[in-house]
Design a protein around this ligand. Structure first.
Ligand SMILES: [Zn+2]
Length: 615
């Protein structure tokens, strides 16, 4: 750890416990209720009005699972107060951070089950401001906003597939004062999560996780070392028809990157090896070994791990137990996840290992996570180990009678995998922001699966923009890179860098982000490559820009994000719990904030001590 980061750490420790932030109360509307619509598997539907139990500023809906029973394909909850009309002031707020003002006559948008990252949504209308928190049945519903003939409504839809609900329904609607905005809605949810111990701030966790403290103030560098063609031309691979592996970055070449880091002044980082395993990236998962021979094999990998540690870099790797490929030595349908009719659940796309079939979360823990995480430790890895996929998708249901899992049980098994990982190597990271992992996830690779290209929002009905909703809840609790579009930001369009700073990100750099054959890549077209020494030096120089920028912001990773607002349509203000404010100017002319100029296309940090001095 270099001197500067030690100072940041001490500063963070001085902050001690984060003070509780009070949220003023709003008033529950008179006679509010929720319309409950049950749609049955045979197509018929019924509707009931459910009364809410009011306590202070919160109205709670409780529906026993037995009252819904079996045979529903869908249950919808429509609060009567979740309504507005075209032209009203205010907005709807989806769980994935998308916000839309009431500007259309018709249209619909939803955070589907796989985007319902937090069981929470909100709405601000001329009659009320509220945050709705699902306190049970969180993992099997979608959140909707729709406009019909100029009337906007929000509702949630639970997808039950004919099964009885796996637990009772409970949703709490908390009402806020009329001046409250989305940061106050986020606060309702954050307070609930912290107060019940569902997660803990980094400041607390790092007392027993030194690897997390180091990662928090360090950039993340992923190196995709090897892969087979994606999409795979051979869906069902065997050792006789397996496509060739393309080795892009050997273990020795990874060492060259680290040495060039040192030469250019990138003195600390966490390096994550991707595709180090048999067959490269997605080569034969869940099988990992032998270490891919074309990269140098196990001996060279051990040398790299030792070299990285000697140079002061934390080093971890990427594994995936979410899916299984036929080429895995121990491929066996017994451990795969089953649909209700007993069929398997293949992925929509053939990856490097061929056609992936989802594994049962219970079996993934029992057969793979425990022993493999111990092996990661034995190899010398330590830091935030990367589990692919898990936190980017809602927990699945497994109907195999030998290992049945409802969504909550699935989540419990995934969490166990995270726990054994943290115990073995010091920490965890995964692909997305699903917050059932909140107590056991240290870094989220991208919060919003969104490229941030021009006119992207014009393609999403009703939506105006993203707000840092995940960050208002989890900044200072889970490290994150905010968008797919912000990874490798120094080599991308300038506005992505500004979004990254506005949303309080921890930088993520990916060597060989582009590895798909003939397809556009979700991580962007720009890339970091190292086929020649010139490319390698240029890649490191790009990373150095992000490294230098993060040096000025890294200590904020220990603070919660308390507020976010637009000062003008192109200037944002982000406020952290220890008092620091960051003003980002997305516009084309300078902006003056408290007497200091924030240049166009740049940002400026205002610390509390500096503000006090100015006053
Ligand atoms: Zn199962």
């Amino acid at each position: 750890m270099c001197r500067m980061h030690l100072r940041q750490l001490l500063f963070a420790c001085f902050l001690g416990s984060i003070p509780a932030v009070l949220v003023a109360d709003g008033v529950v509307p008179h006679d509010c209720h929720v319309k409950v619509v049950r749609v049955f598997t045979d197509g018929h539907a019924d509707t009931n009005a459910a009364e809410l139990a009011v306590s202070g500023s919160t109205a709670s809906l409780k529906i026993p699972a037995t009252q819904i029973g079996k045979g529903c394909v869908r249950v919808e909850l429509w609060p009567d107060f979740a309504a507005a009309k075209k032209g009203d002031a205010g907005y709807f707020l989806l769980p994935d951070g998308r916000l839309g003002t009431f500007r259309e006559k018709s249209g619909k948008v939803a955070a589907g089950e796989s985007q319902n990252y937090m069981p929470f949504y909100g709405m601000k209308t001329p009659s009320c401001v509220f945050a709705a928190v699902a306190k049970s049945m969180q993992w099997r519903y979608s959140t909707h906003a729709e406009a019909v003939e100029g009337i906007y409504r929000m509702y949630t839809a639970y997808h039950l597939n004919g099964d009885a609900p796996y637990e009772d329904f409970e949703t709490a609607y908390t009402f806020l004062p009329s001046e409250a905005e989305y940061p106050q809605m986020a606060r309702v949810y954050r307070d609930w999560q912290l107060s019940r111990g569902a997660c803990k701030p980094i400041l607390e966790r790092m007392k027993s996780q030194p690897e997390l403290a180091l990662a928090a103030t360090n950039i993340e560098v992923r190196v995709r070392q090897a892969w087979k063609p994606v999409p795979s031309p051979v869906p069902y691979q065997t050792r006789f028809n397996e496509p060739p592996v393309h080795p892009a970055v050997t273990f020795e070449r990874c060492g060259d990157i680290l040495r060039e880091f040192k030469r250019q002044g990138v003195n600390h980082a966490e390096m994550c090896l991707v595709g180090w395993n048999k067959g490269g990236h997605d080569g034969a998962y869940p099988q990992l070994f032998p270490v891919e021979p074309s990269l140098g094999g196990e001996a060279k990998m051990r040398t790299l791990i030792a070299d990285a540690s000697a140079l002061g870099f934390q080093i971890v790797c990427h594994t995936c137990f979410y899916s299984a490929y036929t080429i895995a030595d121990d491929f066996d349908e017994e451990y795969l996840l089953k649909e209700k009719d007993g069929s398997l659940q293949p992925s929509h796309m053939d990856w490097g290992g061929g056609r992936p079939f989802r594994t049962c979360p219970q079996r993934a823990y029992e057969r793979y996570a425990r022993k493999n995480m111990q092996m990661m430790k034995d190899l010398g890895f330590h830091g935030l180990h990367y589990h692919d996929v898990y936190s980017i998708l809602e927990p699945r249901i497994c109907y195999d009678p030998r290992h049945p899992c409802n969504p909550r049980q699935s989540l419990d098994w995934y969490v166990k995998q995270m726990e054994v990982t943290r115990d073995a190597v010091g920490g965890t990271q995964s692909e997305g922001p699903f917050d059932g992992f909140a107590g056991n996830l240290d870094y989220c690779m991208y919060v919003y699966f969104f490229p941030l290209e021009p006119n992207d929002y014009a393609k999403t009905p009703l939506v105006d923009r993203h707000v840092p909703l995940f960050q208002l809840v989890y900044h200072g609790i889970i490290l994150s890179n905010p968008f797919t579009g912000t990874l490798n930001y120094p080599v991308k369009a300038p506005h992505k860098r500004l979004k990254f700073v506005e949303f309080g990100g921890r930088p993520l750099f990916v060597w060989y982000a582009n590895f798909l054959t003939g397809k556009s890549n979700w991580m962007g077209q720009e890339d970091l490559t190292c086929a020649t020494d010139e490319e390698l030096r240029a890649g490191v120089a790009a990373i150095k820009k992000g490294y230098d920028e993060f040096e000025k912001l890294a200590d904020l990773q220990f603070a919660l994000m308390d507020d976010h607002r637009l000062l003008t349509p192109t200037v944002s203000l982000t406020t952290y719990s220890q008092g620091t404010r960051v003003v980002v100017n997305h516009g084309s002319v300078p902006y003056v904030f408290e007497g200091a100029e924030v240049p166009a296309g740049n940002w400026r940090r205002f610390d509390r001590s500096a503000k006090n001095a100015a006053e």
